[in-house]
Write a protein that binds this ligand. Sequence first.
Ligand code: ACO
Length: 276
Amino acid sequence: AETARGWGEAVTVEVTDGVAWVTLNRPDKRNAINPAIVREMTAVLDALEGDPAAEVLVITGAGEAFSAGQDLKEYFRETEGWPPHERERLFAQNAAWQWRRLMHYRKPTIAMVNGWCFGGAFQVLVGCDLAITAEDATFGLSEINWGIIPAGIVTKSVSMVMPQRDAMYYIMTGETFDGRQAAEMRLVNRAVPREALRGEVEKLAATLRQKNPHVLRAAKSAYHHVRQMGWEQALEYLMAKADATKFRDPEQGDVKGMAQFIDEKRYKPGLGAYDR
Ligand code: ACO
């Protein structure tokens, strides 16, 4: 059935307890991103966006790798002979799923970094709202090692989340770093022992599932927009966004939350979510 919906080979999806586990599934090729993954991830994001059973998305990789980045053979070399407009369409579709789609995705997204993470995989990592890695995962901006700059939108992505000295160091040396270092430089939220990785992600997903999904969507999108604005515009935008969010909130969460705190004294908003 999944193949009929456009995926199932290069990407697999399993939905359990409100969480969609989206797995890049080319373990023999270290989940290098080829045109099939681009096509299937586009279909997966389309399908899960409208699937009420999928409340939180987790992106991870099968086998030893999260992803070894773009597939040097199938994504770069073999597309050189394509008609330019088709190659450009592939690249645009790739930027869409790895970055623009993910960043403003209607549901919360978590990158679960289970192993090798190189080059283009950083776009996916930064495109996800949150990231948890295995301590022993290996990261690298390896582009310099084969003679290109971190393009796609990788350089922009890392400049948004990594401190300047770290970003420049790894862009220029192509050296690898591990999950612990990734957490120290805040490229990910947390690094945990490998055996605890899935459990940590499940816990984080459970926390997100308790929150108002409509408000989560507005909050993450607002974050990305205000980073590009001046203070005056940000205030105007946020006040308008808050009104729009409240106006369209199907569960009128703030009214419930306020009543549960002030009138019913049932919960403390400082310490957890209202009862949905
Ligand atoms: N593109 C194409 N094929 C790849 C890629 C890739 N990015 N990464 C791994 N593979 C393939 C290998 O060619 C090999 O294929 P084969 O079995 O047909 O020979 C298979 O995956 C396994 O790879 P190994 O190198 O044997 O695996 P190993 O576990 O020893 O090493 C590592 C893993 C370190 C990830 C290594 O494969 C590697 O350096 N890959 C390239 C990483 C990289 O620089 N990615 C590009 C970043 S730049 C960008 O994304 C724009």
